[in-house]
Design a protein around this ligand. Structure first.
Ligand code: FE2
Length: 196
């Protein structure tokens, strides 16, 4: 089941759709700078996300599809972290927006040096109401974890594609890369998937 659209989420979807109607898809910087305030408004109040889409899983984090643009120009996902859960190091390959609704996330960026080695970069902590933007043009390799080991955190992610069907990369400890397709926790799987 995909989420119904409570008023706050509906307004966000309409406003982001209007921005994407106006801007070519390759103007990622402009898309992000104009949509970040919309995300800040969306996560300003934690009063709209149906509990169905904030349900943690005991073993791994969950990604629930809340909305998919009819032309797949963007997807809106609730990311639900159980205590201590984290992603592998991964990228998106498309523009992304993250807004914290509940709890807190820690996000660390990575880059690849001239010899192909992953290099850890800055680490930021994001609290409720805070927004982070990601663009592959600036490098979007990162790893995210629930800042808390004793409670659930929830963030809202927006990606410039149907992210559950988008092939992207995970970076392993031995320096190798692997392609993956994440799917969504609430959308039937039609192909093998891994959770990132
Ligand atoms: Fe990510």
């Amino acid at each position: 089941m995909i989420a119904p659209h409570p008023e706050r989420l509906g307004r966000f979807i309409n406003q982001l759709s209007a921005i994407l109607d106006q801007l070519p898809a390759d103007q990622q910087g402009e898309i992000l700078s104009r949509s970040a305030p919309l995300m800040a408004e969306l996560v300003r109040e934690d009063d709209w996300l149906d509990a169905t889409f904030a349900e943690p899983h005991p073993q791994h984090y969950q990604q629930y599809l809340l909305y998919l643009d009819p032309e797949a120009r963007f997807s809106v996902v609730s990311f639900v972290w159980g205590p201590g859960q984290e992603t592998p190091i991964h990228d998106h390959g498309v523009w992304g927006l993250i807004g914290i609704l509940r709890g807190a996330e820690q996000s660390r960026s990575f880059s690849v040096d001239n010899s192909g080695q992953l290099v850890a970069g800055d680490c930021v902590e994001l609290r409720p109401g805070e927004v982070e933007t990601l663009s592959p043009l600036d490098g979007d390799i990162h790893q995210v974890r629930n800042l808390f080991s004793d409670r659930v955190s929830v963030s809202i992610h927006v990606y410039g594609a149907d992210i559950g069907k988008t092939e992207r990369r995970v970076f392993l400890a031995d320096g190798s890369e692997k392609l993956f397709i994440s799917g969504y926790a609430n959308v039937p799987v039609t192909q093998p998937r891994s959770r990132h």
